[in-house]
Design a protein around this ligand. Structure first.
Ligand code: SF4
Length: 327
């Protein structure tokens, strides 16, 4: 029997499977690289136009001073990274950024605030931003930390399209990265967002010192959520000076590509986003990620506080690869 015949089905009764076992996910990671990429590319083609890439822009609407201790994050108040705590941006300044993102080709505008969880009075200000950005004809996404079910419902009533809340890594490795909130806290927020009827954006970070089996655990957890996240951002660690992960060893880019491919196969109908870390990625690695089923990127010179390739460089790369922005 050929290796491709050993790959488990990706749908059950016409729907993406959400009963992926760790053994199955581990077996995908263990496939020969060409077989894995070939299968991921097939799944990509079965579900999307592979020449289209969805483009999102991410703006930090409230930077720094976060009380959480996520070991990769320059915005945590617990680390000396040179990122200063700022106030929540004004509505007009946010809308000006959203107009510029739209003019640059973005279809989704994501707004991130460095909070443990939003205060209700701040949530109202974010709701004004969501309404204003939507009125420009952009999809909206926010990431504000943990949410109660009431806060999720409030965001739904103001028209929010997506809420981002990452699982970051496997349940087993999580405690090495964050101690100020639990894995279950994250799952609870995801449940509140889903129950409110908001699309879920949820993924993780590769290269934080996790073992290969932690990548298996992360993907298996994401792919066995009751409903797959509509967007799955896969980040490569950006090693920021002053954070506890600043000296972590770089990972083999092919291991990153494998993670993208396994995310594509196990969550066939989700947008798999090639997120942080592209600044340090070669064009060849990014091209392999697109081949492996990544179909979304963050676009713009900054991702919250860390650098991202400039717009011209990204457009030149998409052009070179014959890819175009999804409407
Ligand atoms: S990742 Fe988010 S919650 Fe964690 S420290 Fe950074 S801003 Fe705070």
């Amino acid at each position: 029997m050929s290796l491709l015949h050993q790959i488990p089905p990706v749908v059950a009764s016409g729907l993406p499977r959400n009963d992926w076992t760790r053994e199955e996910v581990r077996a995908l990671f263990a496939l020969p690289f060409p077989a894995l990429i070939f299968r991921a590319a097939q799944v990509h083609r079965d579900n999307f136009d592979p020449s289209e890439v969805q483009i999102s822009t991410l703006l930090s609407i409230k930077t720094g001073g976060c009380p959480e201790d996520c070991a990769y994050c320059p915005q945590s108040a617990k680390f000396e990274t040179g990122v200063k705590a700022e106030k929540l941006m004004d509505l007009e300044a946010v809308l000006a950024e959203a107009r510029a993102a739209k003019a640059g080709g973005a279809s989704r505008f994501c707004m991130g605030a460095a909070w443990r969880s939003p205060k209700d009075r701040d949530l109202e200000k974010v709701c004004d931003m969501v309404e204003g950005v939507k009125a420009l004809g952009l999809e909206t996404c926010v990431t504000l930390g943990m949410l109660t079910s009431e806060q999720a419902k409030r965001l739904k009533t103001c028209g929010l399209d997506y809420y981002n809340h990452n699982l970051d890594t496997s349940p087993e490795f999580y405690g090495e990265i964050i101690t100020t909130r639990t894995y279950q806290d994250r799952l609870d927020t995801l449940e509140h967002v889903r129950a409110a009827g908001i699309n879920v954006c949820c993924g993780g970070i590769i290269g934080m010192g996790e073992k290969p089996d932690d990548r298996v655990g992360m993907i298996a957890t994401l792919a066995s959520l009751p409903v797959h996240p509509e967007s799955v951002p896969i980040n490569m660690l950006v090693r920021v000076e002053g954070t506890p992960l600043a000296e972590r060893a770089t990972i083999d880019p092919l291991d990153f590509v494998r993670t993208i491919a396994v995310a594509r196969i196990t969550m066939p109908a989700s947008m798999v986003r090639l997120s942080a870390g592209r600044e340090d990625m070669s064009e060849e690695t990014q091209a392999l990620c697109f081949l492996a089923g990544a179909n979304s990127i963050f676009y713009g010179p900054k991702l919250l506080t860390t650098p991202n390739p400039g717009r011209d460089r990204d457009m030149a790369l998409l052009d070179k690869l014959g890819l175009r922005a999804m409407d």
